[in-house]
Write a new protein. Structure first.
Length: 117
């Protein structure tokens, strides 16, 4: 297993709502216990509602403002705010600002599973 992931080795997925960049995971070959990444939400966009059946997620807002759905609740979040989302809780984030929202994300599994709702 490798321990260092160089910047140009991170895998990036572009979506119509923004992007996901993965830094740590079993797929990246540098972790057997967690997944980390950066989620970018374009202004006014949201990712689809989903849940993770095999792991918890921690989401930390680096930049921007968002409304995070958490089950039936909606939680406003801004820079410096962190939310812990237990496995199986349906959630998503909506960027309510006029700039990109940048979110550091971490999962308690190196092979996170995502289920659409």
């Amino acid at each position: 297993m490798k321990y260092l992931l160089k910047a140009d080795e991170a895998s990036q997925l572009h979506m119509e709502w923004g992007s996901l960049t993965w830094y740590t995971s079993s797929a990246q070959g540098n972790s057997e216990s967690l997944t980390t990444g950066l989620c970018v939400l374009n202004a006014g966009e949201s990712n689809p509602r989903h849940y993770h059946p095999n792991c918890d997620e921690v989401l930390h807002v680096l930049e921007g403002k968002l409304l995070h759905s958490f089950g039936d609740d909606e939680i406003p979040m801004g820079p410096g705010d962190t939310i812990n989302i237990p496995r199986d809780v349906v959630h998503n984030a909506r960027n309510t600002g006029d700039i990109e929202a940048r979110l550091f994300i971490c999962f308690s599994s190196s092979d996170r599973q995502t289920m659409a709702v």
